[in-house]
Design a protein around this ligand. Sequence first.
Ligand SMILES: [Zn+2]
Length: 219
Amino acid sequence: MSGRRKKSVMQFRARQSGSKIIQFKCPVKCGRCEYYFNTRRRCKRRVCIGYPYCFQHLPKVMKLKTKESKVLKDLGLPNNKGIYASGKNIVFKAGDKIADYNAEKINMKELEKRYDYGEHDNTGPYVISNEKGEIFDAACTRIPGSLLNDPKGSNKEANAEFQDDVTNNDLPIITALRDIKHDEEILVSYGPDYWAGMDNLDITPSVRLLNRGNVYYNA
Ligand SMILES: [Zn+2]
């Protein structure tokens, strides 16, 4: 363990109540890339976004890569990350599972604490729930799925969706709606509730953009 390593905090402006911006913070969970070249040698790169694999091994193992979101850039929101299919030709076929949304499972009390959920009919930027009503927040987990963008307002359409994995306790997964080719950004609809929640918020346009862009930064 290195005592000299600086502890980073993930902080993002989830919403604004009146003139006050509520900031939800959590420690950035970084770790060593989990890729093994062979039984003894493990990749030494440290990763925070797209964990558990580094930029080189995320495509190799998960057929995904992260880079600037084209759809958000086209909407006037440059420098936001997106997640892309990476492989040869058609990377994911219609109906294929793309990835788990293995986020942190939280209860309603925690959801309310984090996002003041309910008062403004708000929703957390990385929160999804399944049919069982279980709540999953990827704000502090930095899984590849947390980088999925919604193409709302652009000329693109969702090519993937969230589903409950009936074979695995209804845990949320991301599946392909149609064939997805190499270098295509993976896009999902956040659903009408999410956008209605955003519309109900008493927030300034800049905070709305921050929400839209899923902007986070190290404090
Ligand atoms: Zn690696």
